[in-house]
Ligand binder design. Sequence first.
Ligand code: NOJ
Length: 749
Amino acid sequence: MKPAFSASLAFLVLLTALVSLARAGGGVTPVHSAATEHSIDSILAGLTLQEKIGQLVQYTGGWSTGPAGRVINDEQRRLIKEGKAGSLLNVIGSSVTHELQKIAVEESRAKIPLLFGLDVIHGFKTTFPIPLAEAATWEADAVELSARVSATEAASAGVHWTFAPMVDIARDPRWGRIAEGSGEDPYLGSVMAAARVRGFQGRSLSDPTAIMACVKHYAAYGGAEGGRDYNTVDVSEQTLRDVYLPPFKAALDAGAGTFMASFNEINGVPSSGSRFLLTTILRDEWAFDGFVVSDWGSIGEMIPHGYAATPAHAAELAINAGLDMDMESRCYFENLQSLVDQKRVSTATLDLAVRRILRMKFRLGLFADPYHASTPEREAKTLRNAAHIEAARNVARKAIVLLKNERGILPLAKNVKTIAVIGPLAHNHRDPVGTWAGPTDTNNVVTLLDGVRAAVPASRVLFAPGCAIDGRDTAGISAAVTVARQADVVLLAVGESEDMSGEACCRSTLELPGRQGDLVRAVHATGKPVVLVLMNGRPLALSWEAANLPAILEAWFLGHETGHAIADVLFGSYAPSGRLPASFPRVTGQVPVYYNHKNTGRPSNDTVHYTSRYLDVASTPQFPFGFGLTYTSFSYADLAITSPRVKATDSVSVRITVKNTGSREGEEVVQLYVRDEVGSMTRPVKELKAYRRVRLQPGQTTSVTLSIAATDLAFTGADMRRRVEPGMFTAYVGPNAAEGLVGRFEVVE
Ligand code: NOJ
């Protein structure tokens, strides 16, 4: 075969592989297109310095989602026309985005299309469960579907870019932003991060239903001391790499086009000025070729951090660290020109940032169609269409976690005569949408009361709010008790308001706020069977409720379809299948209580004094990570490790028999945790490595094999390199992080 022929054959094979990878959707970091890079060269050659800087600047348009936002209108139009804006956030709707885009591509000198960004976090006009709740599905497909629907709707309304997924690992539930992520675990967090990127970006960024993902907040934002938002993060590089970074890497591997730098400092350096994060890890180690945007004003916030002296200094530090676009601080807009003139920022650095932004505009297809095929007609057909609402209900019911079900009180019979629906969240349209619900319309929320009435139209359904979510007023409790007394069963909906979690919404106590605890106790005292339905944006501390109430359903903030989804589960048309993505503490003072902690030299033992524990509370969480019941039960037996001695290049398979020991069909999430028994660095007591969902008929038995590559056992050593060390490992397979059968295997050289 002639060399020329073989080269073109290889090219054809490569092309076919790329096309089929792209067809398979996601998972591909696009290879640089020479044609695109060439086009960028010519654009760059024709831009003035001011126009280049303009590409690096993002302003808020329609409304403000941060402090001191200058919502601009005529000024906005002027800046676009003068080529001084590369992107706008918070502008939505095909008409207004068209109008502004038209100015950019027809009236500005350089004619570079704008990028419209928005926080599309868990839905657009159809509101899905908050991300923490979606993570509780433990189902990548469900989470991908939610992101896909959100993207389809947002794209139809002219949005090109979402500031999501938020992939911050959160080990402290006082931190309000735990609601926006996937909880405490790097493996589950990585699965969810990749699913969301696939969902947002679809098959290709240029597809009209795609919006570009922005992985945030890079990095370790969830490590805020004391769970207080924006607070200092001091974390070892090993923990950074092994716990906080994996979901970012997973999102990047799934093709995420952009990253957002976080507000916090890490080990003394704010993320927005961290060359280590933005260049060494992101570019040099991970070969990311998209662009990085700051968080809202975070470049300027390096001044109060005490890292930059002036806005000019902040701009210099940020761009030289590798931060490409400035969201709202104006440090770039006002200072880059003089920084370039003074040679404090090189033209090469400036051009590189512009190139990265233009590259993503090309990948989105904006140079070919700056409107991304959004039209008012398409928008009207797409928003909240029937398929999207059905998807939202489907994802919402999968997110519900059954925490307790004594004596099989659930599911409720559909012919129950009288039902009392009580609590401040029972018929509440505002709070179930949760944080960052964007352009949602809360009138579309199906409340629990609505859902119950629709599910059991023949039942008598009584309602009393009892008390407010917060505050000291107990006046409504006696009316709620009167209603409870008339019922056969009480559904008691309590929890948090939507603005108790999310950005800048941290709590120092995780118990039920206000007088809701009094309401729960008073209703319980009636002796009626009580099903506690929780709506909240974080793990709560529920020790009294867990000890005293027969049934508890964790329903988070489920979005528009809240009431239907909960009723589906309550009345058994859907058997609960969610699992906790974060540990629930017994009391607030116990946090952090994440499952993948280190063992210490004196591992906690509640009966031994000189061990690592509290005197006044058990060492275990109230409900462990991975926990969730359903309407049947399962047993585990016969754990077998198929190859008990493996090389670091091999894989490990763990087989187990799972049996449905109850009387209903049901789904179990079989979870594999591993512990590296001895390492050159101490290792966590358990780490989730794989899981599989199985559906079994009553009495049915199945064999489940969970396989992982031995390289999945790697961790970061003292030299900051990842390694798999030879030695003994313990494998645990079970229904959650606290239970399971145990086996051992060895990794050999
Ligand atoms: C600040 C938040 O931290 C970030 O998550 C969000 O994307 C931006 N504001 C834009 O709204």
